[in-house]
Structures are given as structure tokens and as C-alpha cells.
Design a protein around this ligand. Structure first.
Ligand code: ADP
Ligand code: MG
Length: 247
């Protein structure tokens, strides 16, 4: 049995099917890459899985239980967490306080504030941000903000974590560090869905890749096969990518 199972998931906004009849499995311990052009429905799919938006049709189950009609906070408490493509920290709070919010509202669900602070500090250390713990969140640069967002999601003690473009705006060195960090998250027993446009990163981090195109599943499979698929190249990666891999 897969840890997360999506079956026929559809999300319409008026006349637009942003996600259309998408099914996939996420196995325990797996990293599933989710790619597709801008507007292909990746973030909407995450929104439906996490209960931020109700599905128009279809169903998602986690650990064998349907998430249909389950409110977002309860889905988070059961162990499904995500990062946001546009990070919106509590700007006036410190970094450690922002991460504590995750610890207080996630699967840990603790009311022990001192314990939540210790957890937050431990996770900041894990993501390499311990030295910024006491800084106000608004003072962070882009890579630091991405790490804080990852820390906040990890503080919820998820079993499934969905990362929505956490590498956007990072330079190549920072991207390599982010890939290594994602692999260490998996080693902690978290299964991941990773949305990313950086093909080198998605190739090295993913066990399997699922491709969305106009809201539909175009293909899924092993990274090498998917990224060499001529349909995928034509739909998404484009001529420049095709030339670079064959160069
Ligand atoms: P991606 O993350 O792959 O770039 P999105 O899931 O953000 O794509 O968007 C998929 C499509 O759904 C786009 O056409 C987008 O404009 C539309 N969309 C996303 N969210 C909403 C919303 N809340 N209301 C209306 N349309 C939306
Ligand atoms: Mg998106």
C-alpha cells in the first residue's frame, strides 16, 4: 500500500480544469519529483492534497484513510505538510519563533512551549540555520528564507512533505546544498513530493518523476526515462533543453 494515494483528482476553477483526473502513488520513503510548465497545476495539486482547496472530483488517501472533507489543519496534524512557493513568514517574529509555530500546530501538537522551542532549535540546526535563530525573519535573504520555510514544515513532524519550488532563486552551490538537505530529510523517514524547475536537481533527487501538462498527467516513471521522453521534452523542456542534453 502506498503512503499517499491520489485517484482521479480534479480541480476546476470556473471553466478551467487546473488539475484533471490525476492519479499517483507516493510510497513510504520515496521522493517523487513533480514537474510541468508554469500553470500546469502543480501547486493546485498540492493545495488539494493538503486540504487548502477542496477537490472537484476524485479522492486522496493518506495511510489508508480518505482525506475527503478533512480540514487542512487536521491533514497537517495527521502528518502531511508542505512548503509555500511564496514564503510568507511572520516577518516581525524571530526565525526560531516562526519555526515554533510549526512545532505547535503540527503532528507533535504540543502545548509545551519550551519543548517546541527546543524542537525548533534542533530543526534549525538540521537545516543549517541555527546561527540565524534569533534574527527577525524579515532580515533573511532568499536561501535563508527557503531554509526557514523548510524548517517550519519539518517542525510539524510530517510523514509526507511537499516542497513547492524551494530552490527557486538559489545559485548552483545553494541548489547542491538543497539537494543534499532533501536527501537528509528523507533519511529521517519523511516521504517527499518535490516540485522543481531545476532539472539537474530534480533528476538527482527523485526516485520517480510525474509530469503535469495543462492539468493532466503526461507521464510518470524513472527520471532518466521521463526526462528523455520526446513528449516531455517537447511539452516542457523545450528545444534548448533538448539541445543541451544531446550536446
Ligand atoms: P503551477 O503550480 O504548475 O505553475 P498552478 O497550480 O499554480 O500551476 O495553476 C494552474 C492553473 O490554475 C493556472 O491556470 C492558474 O492560473 C489557475 N489557478 C490556480 N489557482 C487558482 C485560483 N485560486 N483561482 C483561479 N485559478 C487558479
Ligand atoms: Mg506553482
Amino acid at each position: 500500500m502506498a503512503l499517499l494515494e491520489a485517484r482521479g483528482v480534479t480541480k476546476r476553477f470556473g471553466g478551467l480544469a487546473a488539475v484533471s483526473d490525476v492519479s499517483f502513488d507516493l510510497r513510504e520513503g520515496e521522493i517523487l519529483g513533480l514537474i510541468g510548465p508554469n500553470g500546469s497545476g502543480k501547486t493546485t495539486l498540492v493545495n488539494v492534497v493538503t486540504g487548502a482547496l477542496p477537490a472537484s472530483a476524485g479522492d486522496v488517501s493518506f495511510a489508508g484513510r480518505s482525506l475527503r472533507g478533512v480540514p487542512a489543519w487536521e491533514i497537517g496534524r495527521r502528518g502531511v505538510s508542505r512548503t509555500f512557493q511564496v514564503v510568507k513568514p511572520f516577518r516581525n517574529l524571530t526565525v526560531v519563533d516562526n519555526v515554533m509555530v510549526g512545532a505547535l500546530f503540527g503532528a507533535g501538537g504540543t502545548r509545551d512551549v519550551a519543548g517546541a522551542r527546543r524542537q525548533a532549535e534542533e530543526i534549525l540546526d538540521f537545516v543549517g540555520l541555527a546561527h540565524r535563530a534569533a534574527a527577525p525573519a524579515e532580515g533573511l535573504n532568499v536561501p535563508e528564507r527557503k531554509r526557514m520555510e523548510l524548517a517550519r514544515a519539518l517542525a510539524m513532524r510530517p510523514r509526507v512533505l511537499m516542497l513547492d519550488e524551494v530552490m527557486a532563486g538559489l545559485n548552483p552551490t545553494e541548489i547542491d546544498a538543497a539537494v543534499a538537505l532533501i536527501k537528509r530529510v528523507r533519511e529521517r523517514g519523511v516521504s517527499l513530493i518535490v516540485i522543481e524547475h531545476v532539472m539537474k536537481a530534480i533528476r538527482s533527487v527523485s526516485d520517480r518523476i510525474l509530469v503535469l501538462y495543462h492539468g493532466e498527467k503526461l507521464t510518470e516513471g524513472e527520471p532518466a526515462a521521463v526526462l528523455n521522453d520526446t513528449q516531455v521534452i517537447a511539452a516542457y523542456l523545450g528545444r534548448r533543453y533538448a539541445e543541451s542534453v544531446h550536446a
